[in-house]
Design a protein around this ligand. Structure first.
Ligand code: UD1
Ligand code: CA
Length: 454
């Protein structure tokens, strides 16, 4: 049988108290629904349907990265059985239907493969889990021979049934042909007045289908997000997993509870990450990279032995080997540092390349620049790159020395080996190996009397 996935996402998510559809709330900065779609895609199904409610347009706009998804509207939320039924006309009888949930983001492909591997005609697979506190879930009712008989929802359950700890995760796999028949026989005579997908279980038992159950390796895989407390709980769990993963691959974390990864991180050997670091997007750390406390690093490649000091922000940058960045440095997009570059405190660099062994150690802005190798840029240097309409380039040759408190008014080029005197405003290109400076001569007034208060 070919595999078809239906992802239910039509619920309103009232308990989120949000204008954003629940399944678009982010976990590690990625929408919940995207996790489920990516896991579904990894199973290589023939089709994936997402059943949505009235916020369909917003969902589609947010999921353009997954063009193969087919969207099905469920205009009224009449229950999970009704939701699945909306997709059935598009599904052929030679399929097996796997039902997932847009608000259950951490389900793992291996768990689903395990559930799906036994599927055959006249079989019905249910992913279940034992919970110490099963409140709110549908309970799995078994006969004395331990065979599944039906699922009873919390609100419809007797006191005795409520004691059952094996619960329905909601994730099932059923041959499409049978599912179609059973869905057509559902009614809404129950406490919630809904067409329950779970009632197909009793119909399958009646029709002598074989029911089987499997369990996930971790309960968190099947935890849903109904409110922001559960969202935060899943976020912490997910972050803990990622931190463990990094440590298992040879990264030292000062505190695994104080690292947040919102993307993909790869790291070489003996990397050290101090507390309160946020890594976002694609971050690649070389061997022995050290990241100090309170750094935020987004889409970056950091070379071997480089060290990022506290409170530095890096976004869309490439840093070579043996560099020293920060504390309090800000590297903005399209900054490329070669090896052994030093960027110190309160230095902002934007869209610039800095060649080997150059140093910009204090209080400077370098934008739209090409800085050669072995350049020393003194404190308080500004590249004036913007004339109010256009951005212009500053080019600084190898081994130039820029004295402190200098403005380089772009477009401008400083020749190799040139020296710029401190406090200069440089508006013209300079040749190689010259001293250029603009400076008002110093005045001295003898016996100067400072004003005094009367
Ligand atoms: C459902 C199961 C319950 C299970 C629990 C696991 C049913 C009847 N019950 O209960 O056995 O233990 O999940 O979390 O299936 N949805 C739609 N359209 C609808 C109704 C729901 O798309 O008309 C979606 C919701 O967005 C949600 C999911 O289906 O993602 C589950 O619906 P919900 O009403 O939360 O089901 P539960 O009462 O939690
Ligand atoms: Ca419900």
């Amino acid at each position: 049988m070919k595999l078809t996935v239906i992802i239910l996402a039509a619920g309103q998510g009232k308990r989120m108290h949000s204008d954003l559809p629940k399944v678009l709330h982010p976990l590690a900065s990625k929408p919940l629904l995207a996790y489920v779609i990516e896991t579904a895609l990894s199973l290589e199904p023939s089709q994936i349907f997402v059943v949505h409610g009235h916020q369909g347009e917003q969902l589609k706009q947010s999921m353009t990265a997954y063009p193969s998804i087919q969207w099905i509207e469920q205009s009224q939320q009449l229950g999970t059985g009704h939701a699945v039924a909306q997709a059935m006309p598009q599904i052929t009888d030679d399929s097996a239907v796997l039902v997932l949930y847009g608000d259950v983001p951490l389900i793992q492909a291996d768990t689903l493969r395990h559930l799906c591997q036994s599927i055959q005609a006249n079989k019905f697979g249910i992913l279940t889990v034992n919970l110490a506190n099963p409140y709110g879930y549908g309970r799995i009712v078994r006969n004395p021979a331990n065979q599944v008989q039906r699922i009873v929802e919390e609100k419809d359950a007797t006191l005795a049934e409520r004691q059952l700890q094996e619960v329905n995760t909601g994730i099932i796999i059923v041959p499409a042909k049978s599912l179609r028949t059973w869905l057509a026989q559902l009614n809404n005579n129950n406490a919630q007045g809904e067409y329950y997908l779970t009632d197909t279980v009793a119909l399958a038992v009646r029709d002598q289908a074989t029911l089987y159950t499997t369990m996930p390796s971790d309960t968190y895989e099947v935890m849903g997000v109904n409110d922001r407390l559960q969202l935060a709980e899943l976020e912490r769990y997910y972050q803990k997993k990622q931190a463990e993963n990094l440590m298992q691959r040879g990264v030292t974390l000062s505190d695994p509870n104080r690292l947040d990864i919102r993307g993909q991180v790869t790291a070489g050997r003996d990397v050290m990450i101090d507390v309160n670091v946020v890594l976002t997007g694609q971050v690649k750390l070389g061997n022995r990279v050290k990241i100090a406390a309170n750094c935020v690093i987004t889409d970056a490649i950091i070379g071997d032995d480089s060290e990022i000091f506290p409170y530095s922000l890096l976004e869309n940058v490439t840093v070579g080997a043996h560099c020293r960045i920060g504390p309090f440095a800000r590297l903005r997009p399209e900054t490329v540092l070669a090896d052994q570059v030093h960027i110190g405190n309160f230095v902002e660099i934007k869209k610039s390349t800095i060649a080997t062994e150059s140093k910009i150690n204090h209080l400077s802005y370098i934008g739209d620049s090409e800085v050669g190798c072995g350049v020393n840029i003194g404190a308080g240097t500004i590249t004036c790159n913007y004339d109010g309409a256009y951005k212009h380039k500053t080019i600084i040759g190898d081994h130039a020395f820029i004295g402190s408190d200098t403005q380089l008014v772009a477009p401008v080029k400083i020749g190799k080996g040139s020296t710029i005197g401190a406090g200069s405003t440089i508006t013209k290109d300079t040749a190689e190996n010259v001293l250029a400076l603009t400076r008002v001569p110093q005045k001295t007034i003898s016996n100067w009397k400072r004003p005094v208060k009367k």
